[in-house]
Ligand binder design. Structure first.
Ligand code: ATP
Length: 283
């Protein structure tokens, strides 16, 4: 599947939450969407899903323009904290199977077993984490060609999260699709997705493969003059000085040939994210 978001602007009471935002996704894959609280992730996913009809710009799926406010065929969007009807889980699966034409019964059974869900239990009787897992299972089993998961791991403990990541991969391997996961669990998701999009100030400021990000993200520490000279032509995200030492963070592909009396090491996606968007929220 292809997804294109073109010049998307969304205002709430004159405040621009999305500001001429563009995304182009050319093929299926597992993508993650990062941004600080209030960055506009949910708003973006809701617009793509047709839940917010008023906006400027265009959404294209497989090169076809989606009319504003229309829920695209073959798309499933699961919001954070979504409330289901207070019915037993097996009823919710049944209802969902009539809703989603490619519903995967086998995967629904497998995942329910994996997460020890009692299919006779009513939704409201489930713990918060189990409610979230039910929603996320429904999203994966919907087998939608575009699956948008907005903070699908809310309330999960670390074991549940690990199992859920495995389930996403399993569902993707059974039936490749375009999955976008919005999350704050940055370093965890980095192990499972291939591409990362970072939102800030209403725009996508980074849209890269994890592989490229790893190749470009570094920190360098050493004698200030020497470091300054070595990195003067590179993309510097931050600089800090302690006496005559300097610590800098770089995002640049031309770091391979840096040599000198300093230490250079890779940094995590979490750290890079902090350097790129730290100190700025839309709130
Ligand atoms: N219906 C609405 N009316 C007015 N303002 C809204 C509405 N929905 C969202 N906003 C505002 O838009 C901004 C972006 O919100 P959004 O929920 O999209 O961010 P987010 O990146 O998903 O945040 P979080 O990570 O905290 O869930 C926030 O400032 C929010 O208060």
């Amino acid at each position: 599947m292809k997804l294109k978001v073109e010049n998307l602007t969304k205002k709430f009471k004159k405040i621009k939450v999305l500001n001429n935002l563009n995304i182009s996704i050319e093929s299926n894959g597992i993508y993650c969407l990062l941004g600080r609280n209030g960055a506009g992730k949910t708003t973006l996913l809701k617009i793509i899903s047709g839940y917010i009809p008023k906006y400027e710009g265009n959404i294209y799926i497989d090169n076809i323009k989606i009319p504003k406010g229309q829920i695209p065929k073959n798309l499933c969007f699961i919001e954070e904290k979504v409330k289901q009807l207070n019915k037993p889980i097996k009823e919710l699966y049944k209802i969902s199977s009539t809703f989603y034409e490619n519903w995967d019964y086998e995967l629904a059974n497998e995942l329910s077993e994996k997460f020890n869900l009692d299919l006779n239990q009513k939704f409201k009787k489930l713990s918060f984490g189990m409610q979230t897992i039910t929603n996320s299972i429904i999203a994966l089993c919907s087998n939608s060609k575009i699956t948008l998961l907005d903070e699908p791991m809310l309330g999960f403990d670390s074991i549940l999260r690990e199992q859920f990541y495995e389930s996403i991969i399993e569902s993707y391997q059974r039936s490749p699709k375009l999955i976008i996961i919005s999350t704050h669990l940055i370093d965890e998701i980095a192990n499972y997705c291939e591409k990362v999009m970072i939102m800030n100030s209403g725009k996508i400021i980074l849209n890269e493969t994890i592989e490229n990000i790893n190749e470009k993200s570094f920190s360098i520490i050493g004698e200030a003059k020497e470091v300054e000279n070595a990195i003067k032509d590179l993309n510097i995200l931050s600089k800090e000085y302690v006496s005559n030492y300097m610590h800098a963070t770089l995002y640049d592909e031309n770091t391979q040939n840096l040599t000198g009396n300093f230490n250079i090491e890779k940094i995590s996606l979490q750290k890079l994210f902090g350097k790129m968007v730290g100190g700025k929220t839309n709130e």
